[in-house]
Design a binder for this molecule. Structure first.
Ligand code: NAI
Length: 479
């Protein structure tokens, strides 16, 4: 669908001008418009941003394809004869694109319905809350200016690359290119074993590709709880994914159809393609003209206070262009916070140490709050309980028993468990199960309080209930 966009403005004065139409920008716009503000968005591509077009949504759609492959491959165990699954990747691509297009159409319609004016072009902040809109190449009309009583910077981020790995879309890819591949490579090296790297490694392995992960740090998924990482690492190993941690990648040498990647102490791997997933950098280079008063740090992040205010009055920044967790839902929260604050309403800053994290590799990972190691580093004495999914009826029924729930609580002077500080999950559908753990952590609830609540039986969520009950000192199944 071609969005209805404006290249020659009829109106130039707005309550809020948002530069960038990704999750940070569109949530700001939708929330602002719901509050009765007159809002404009400047976007040079499609609203929805990286998340909808080149990130979260297409990646999760392909991970669902991977899940279907696993289900079909395991069907015999249930007495269902389905044969070995064969992936027709063109069809998978088509389905992914259909999902993305439907969501894009829905978002564009929602924005239009709320009276949000979308300008097609690149926005640059000028002094005095003016925004210059440079139409996209080939578009009619020249550059023009609009003004907002408030301006919100939401230009997002782009994949980081590493020296010696020039992205060509054939041998060397980032998440931008991987999600539009026309055919599956037979072998792949994934550089970086963080959230994106593990999602791609898991997905391509399930789709039949030979995957090697090269990670500079000592473990996969740095920042996740060590028990959770161990489950993912074991599953990767069992499924034939090769993981090298603590290795430095030194370069690659193309050889006909593929390339040989060198790493570590003279080691190498020859693959069809390389995916570089070593983090994302903020997109702030051409965002600010001289004299705006907005400060950008030495890594390119726009500086904000805890209410998303930049150093210039009436200019705000949200999403990946600020130095907070690069998660779409954090962008949503920051957009809402910015609008509430500009309206003078009571608003709570985002508690970044307690936001929900969800990584959709197989097995899935989800968590909120402190890991056991982080709590100990902070000098907090903790009580910890874990419930492996192996003992959970629903997980057995599904045939998905890899994983566990781990709850970290502070230790009270009498040794009992006090406030729940962290909930860490790995296993089937945990990204959908984290809600209760997220609430417990953010409500600063105790195991006694949460243990009162009943979980349906049989359900995966019983693992969380069991773990919390065990923390009261009296578990049913967990000691
Ligand atoms: P990341 O920061 O999560 O992981 C990058 C990994 O690459 C790190 O483990 C790092 O040690 C490693 N690395 C860096 N340079 C390297 C090198 N030269 N050689 C080998 N390894 C190297 O970044 P990622 O995975 O690219 O994701 C970007 C952002 O997007 C993150 O903030 C992530 O949290 C977010 N994201 C979240 C998702 C989710 O929650 N489901 C999914 C995708 C992204």
């Amino acid at each position: 669908m071609k969005m209805e966009v404006i290249t020659t403005p009829e109106a130039t004065e707005f309550d809020v001008v948002v530069i960038g139409g990704g999750p940070g920008g569109y949530s700001t716009a939708l929330y602002g418009a719901s509050a009765g503000l007159r809002v404009a968005v400047v976007e040079h591509d499609k609203v929805g941003g990286t998340c909808l077009h080149r990130g979260c949504v297409p990646a999760k759609e392909f991970l669902e394809t991977a899940s279907v492959v696993r289900t079909v491959a395991g069907a015999k165990e249930f007495g269902v004869q389905a044969g070995q699954p064969v992936v027709d990747f063109a069809v998978s691509q088509g389905r992914k694109q259909k999902v993305v297009d439907q969501l894009f159409k829905g978002l564009a319609g929602l924005m239009k319905g709320r009276g949000i004016v979308t300008f097609d072009g690149t926005g640059t902040l000028l002094p005095d809350h003016r925004v210059r809109v440079e139409p996209n190449p080939g578009a009619e009309g020249g550059a023009f200016e609009i003004t907002g009583r408030n301006v919100v910077l939401a230009t997002g981020s782009a994949p980081r690359t590493i020296p010696g790995f020039d992205v060509d879309g054939r041998l060397v890819l980032t998440s931008d290119e991987v999600l539009s591949l026309e055919a599956l490579p037979a072998s792949l090296a994934v550089i970086g074993g963080g959230a994106i790297g593990c999602e791609f490694a898991s997905m391509f392995s399930d789709l039949g590709c030979q995957v090697t992960v090269l990670e500079a740090l000592p473990t996969l998924l740095t920042g996740c709880d060590k028990d959770v990482v161990a489950v993912v690492a074991r599953s990767f190993r069992k499924r034939g994914i090769t993981v090298h941690t603590g290795v430095k990648v030194t370069g690659h040498t193309p050889n006909g159809a593929g390339t040989t990647v060198s790493f570590g102490d003279g080691e190498s791997v020859t693959v069809d393609a390389v995916v570089v997933s070593v983090g994302r950098r903020p997109l702030s280079e051409r965002l600010l003209a001289d004299g705006t008063g907005v400060t950008v740090d030495d890594r390119g992040f726009v500086t904000v206070d805890e209410y998303q205010r930049t150093t210039a009055d009436g200019v705000w920044a949200v999403g990946d262009v600020v130095d907070t967790p690069q998660l779409a839902h954090v962008g949503f929260a920051e957009g809402i916070l910015a609008i509430k604050t500009m309206l003078g309403e009571a608003a709570l800053p985002v508690e970044y140490s307690r936001v929900p994290w969800a990584i959709y590799c197989h097995p899935e990972v989800a968590f909120a709050g402190l890991t056991e190691a982080q709590a100990e580093e902070a000098g907090i004495d903790v009580v910890v309980k874990k419930d492996p999914f192996g003992g959970n009826s629903r997980a057995r029924i599904l045939g998905e028993t890899d994983g566990l729930v781990k709850v970290v609580a502070e230790r009270l002077p009498d040794g009992r468990a006090g406030r729940i500080l962290g909930v860490h999950m790995v296993g089937p559908w945990v990204t959908e199960q984290l809600g209760q753990g997220y609430l417990a952590v953010n409500w600063e609830a105790t195991p006694e309080e949460v243990g009162q609540f009943i979980q349906p039986h049989p359900s995966l969520s019983e693992a969380f209930g069991e773990t919390v009950l065990a923390l009261t000192g009296r578990g049913l199944h967990v000691g």
